[in-house]
Design a protein around this ligand. Structure first.
Ligand code: ZN
Ligand code: ZN
Length: 413
């Protein structure tokens, strides 16, 4: 693949399909400072698409580490500078576009920190963006997209045998293939892929599923769905009426569970990060809708502190189906970055649930949402639960059992 050409195509994909920037619209772009060169390509594509203004915020996780580690008073960690919510609110009010390029230059930056201090900081950050989460994302006022950009530190954490620029180049190669930017007709390939995800979602909705059953080695899990649950996948429509793709890549069809119906044991099939610490070899038990017990080979203490950080963090907020045809799964790598890893396998998330996956959910009162088992939390972490050995079966409201995935692969497209 011609690396430079593929990078241009990827920037184009992010702007034209991911954010779908419209003439006169502003873009808010956040990225790691090491991704500056790629961020500039994205900025160029945005102005060429007619952007009014591109706000660029280049950061570094070590800045956050420094704050959590050295803040002399715990209360300082709750502080929200006035400019922070202003920026989020502005994006919502002007119906702008919000792009986050993930890929930290220092995967270790947030590890080994005091868990309570880290959670305190995370919760304050979440509060600063309340309106963005409620209206920007929840009511699609903003066209938002999360994509990735390769950095050396991130790449070195994935590939044992490669260092420095060689590792970063290999990661770019993988990322560009996964997002189909190696194909000349990248935008066309995404239109086709988007259609397939939409038709999968539609087929699942027509089944009228009451429960999903996951079965495999160490896994016997039931996830219940309310009558209002709707499967979504691929692009979303903003208040401006524009289709955008919230995640690049996206390979999932997902919905909001009735958290009260979660029951059984599940083995997590891939490591994942919690507050910067890798959690590995996790087996979880759910009783009466609550995460009641777990064992972990690594990162258990961090995971415990996370699920105890608020009451909703022990209940499910998402269930998603991904087949082994996913290019992320096919790559054979664990990327240690949830944007990619969640698109490798079926997953469940503890924490906050999307109202947009509930029929009429955005307009429901807190009481109505509670009545159908919608979960609210400041947390949201995806945990991958499938591979080539896991089957997924739908139990419909009329009691039929329909195999959806067998040995990790979709039964029908
Ligand atoms: Zn997901
Ligand atoms: Zn999720």
């Amino acid at each position: 693949m011609n690396h430079e050409v593929a990078l241009e195509r990827y920037a184009e994909l992010i702007i034209r399909k991911g954010c779908n920037i419209q003439p006169g619209q502003s873009l808010y772009l956040g990225a790691d400072a090491e991704s500056r060169d790629f961020a500039i390509k994205v900025v160029e594509a945005a102005y060429q698409a007619g952007a009014r203004f591109v706000h660029v915020d280049l950061g570094d996780d070590r800045i956050q580490r420094s704050r959590i580690l050295h803040s002399q008073q715990e209360e300082f960690l709750d502080h929200i500078p006035r400019s922070l919510p202003v920026r989020f609110d502005e994006a919502v009010e002007e119906q702008g576009a919000m792009l986050r390029l993930v890929g930290t230059s220092d995967p270790e930056a947030l590890s080994g920190l005091d868990a309570d201090r880290t959670n305190r900081c995370r919760i304050a950050g979440h509060k600063a963006a309340t309106r963005f989460f409620d209206d920007g994302i929840g009511r699609s006022a903003v066209q938002w997209c999360v994509a990735s950009a390769a950095t050396i530190g991130w790449a070195e954490s994935i590939f044992d045998h490669l260092d420095g620029v060689a590792a970063r180049d290999e990661l770019w190669e993988q990322l560009l293939t996964i997002v189909r930017a190696d194909r000349e007709d990248c935008l066309g390939a995404w239109e086709e892929h988007n259609r397939q995800l939409k038709s999968r979602g539609k087929a699942l909705n027509e089944l009228k599923i009451e429960r999903l059953r996951f079965n495999g080695p160490g896994t016997d899990l039931t996830v219940g769905l309310s009558h209002a649950a709707r499967f979504e996948g691929g692009g979303a429509i903003s208040q401006r009426g524009q289709e955008f793709i919230p995640n690049l890549p996206t390979e999932e069809v997902f919905t909001t569970p009735d958290y009260r119906m979660t029951e059984g044991t599940v083995q997590v099939t891939r490591p994942f990060l919690v507050n910067g610490t890798l959690v590995e070899g996790l087996t979880i038990e759910f009783k009466d809708g609550v995460l009641s017990d777990f064992t972990a080979q690594k990162g258990g203490e961090t995971f415990r502190s996370y699920i105890d950080s608020d009451p909703g963090a022990r209940r499910l907020g998402e269930v998603a189906l991904v087949g082994i045809d996913s290019p992320v799964f096919q790559s054979g790598h664990v990327f240690r970055e949830i944007l990619l890893d969640e698109n490798a396998a079926c997953h469940v998330a503890v924490g906050n649930a999307y109202k947009t996956c509930l029929e009429g959910g955005v307009e429901m009162t807190p009481e109505q949402l509670e009545a159908i088992g919608w979960n609210s939390s400041t947390a949201h972490t995806d945990m991958m639960i499938s591979n080539e050995e896991v089957d997924v079966t739908a139990v419909t409201t009329s009691g039929d059992e329909v195999p959806l995935l067998v040995n990790g692969a979709w039964v029908s497209q």
